[in-house]
Design a protein around this ligand. Structure first.
Ligand code: NDP
Length: 338
């Protein structure tokens, strides 16, 4: 059985996460028992939620235990199988974690699924045709529920979730406005992702400037907002929101290292009768098949061409993850393992 390099959570961050919170080790892969398969990971997904798991505080999911392999989505290939439904060569997606191989009890529901790479590249099953894509779908379809012609806005617009959001919202006839960090990301948003407009928040670094930019980009106001960031961007959106606007509260990455995220004018939620709903995508398994079907079609037909930031080799995972929390990624952040 092969040697397996793994990254463990070694200690918890005090404030900002650092590379010293992680530890690289190598172990022998155990021999397979009946019902198990050995998966060689081709790509590891890095996602903002992992920052929350590194803390010990109360949350919607249990903390990542110290000394264990970091949690994470993976795609790869079955290299050995003692389960009748899987054979060597099968391409699979699962939650293998930050390591090169995983031994999976393949009979357990939801731990492993075969994926078809005929029209969709394997790596996209961690992004547009995976958890981040379904996240965009849920917030848009189930919470914002836009009508054609409405204006919807998304922050972290060029990331894994934001780019899928744009394609899904355009398919529903919306005006789609993104908020992203830097001119390159904004050019890419309008040039490649189909956004009607994109605002560089680094150029509009306070509520007044952001609210002015939103007024220009959203002349008919904002009907739906998909929140990924928090802080003054949310304040500015509330100032431009229409009556009965809907906000899908998906993430607040500006606060993941413990920064406070005060809300300047919460009364606007009342004045404009706004619906604001937080959600966790893994709690809605019922929508995944429908969402993945639409996302797979968008990718397969070239209507969604997601960009990826690819770090090379398992040892690069911690720095790539820390970069994701600072916007150094451009598109879905992955680690390529082979
Ligand atoms: P991305 O690929 O979008 O990467 C994160 C992006 O966040 C960075 O590229 C950066 O983009 C932006 N960012 C980071 N720090 C800040 C900051 N301080 N202020 C503004 N923007 C910042 O990640 P995902 O698409 O995977 O995730 C997007 C959001 O969705 C996250 O908040 C995540 O936690 C959330 N999420 C929630 C889920 C749920 O079930 N509720 C499921 C999946 C994701 P830029 O350079 O443009 O600022």
């Amino acid at each position: 059985m092969p040697r397996n390099q793994q990254i463990l959570l070694d200690n918890r961050p005090q404030g900002e996460a650092t590379a010293s919170n992680f530890k690289l080790v190598a172990t022998d892969t155990p021999a397979l028992q009946d019902g198990q398969v050995l998966v060689r990971h081709h790509y590891l997904s890095l996602d903002p939620y992992m920052r929350g798991r590194m803390n010990e505080s109360k949350s919607y999911a249990a903390s990542q235990p110290l000394g264990e392999v970091m949690i994470g989505g993976t795609v790869g290939e079955v290299v050995e199988s003692r389960h009748p439904k899987y054979a060597p060569g099968d391409k699979v997606a699962g939650m293998g974690g930050w390591q090169e191989y995983s031994v999976v009890d393949a009979g357990q529901p939801g731990v492993l699924r075969k994926v078809d790479t005929t029209h969709v590249p394997l790596s996209h099953y961690l992004g547009a045709v995976g958890m981040p894509g379904v996240t965009a779908w849920y917030g848009l379809v189930k919470i914002i529920a836009p009508k054609a012609g409405e204006t919807v806005v998304v922050s972290a617009a060029t990331g894994a979730v934001g780019s899928a959001f744009a394609a899904l919202a355009k398919a529903r006839g919306c005006r789609v406005v993104g908020i992203a960090g830097g001119p390159d990301k904004c050019r890419y948003a309008t040039g490649e992702l189909g956004f009607d407009a994109c605002i560089d928040y680094r150029e509009h670094g306070d509520v007044k400037a952001m609210s002015g930019a939103l007024k220009q980009a959203c002349p008919d106001g904002i009907d739906g907002y998909f929140e990924n960031v928090g802080g003054y961007i949310l304040d500015a959106v509330l100032l431009r929101a229409n009556a009965f606007a809907r906000i899908a509260l998906c993430g607040m990455i500006a606060g993941y290292d413990g920064q406070p995220l005060p809300l300047a004018n919460p009364q606007l939620l009342l004045v404009n009768r706004i619906k604001l709903e937080g959600f966790i995508v893994s709690e809605h398994p019922e929508v995944w098949p429908e969402a993945l079907k639409e996302l797979g079609t968008l990718v397969g037909t070239g209507k969604l061409r997601p960009r990826e930031s690819i770090a090379q080799g398992i040892a690069a995972a911690p720095e790539a993850f820390l970069g994701l929390l600072k916007g150094k990624n451009f598109g879905k952040q992955l680690v390529k393992l082979i």
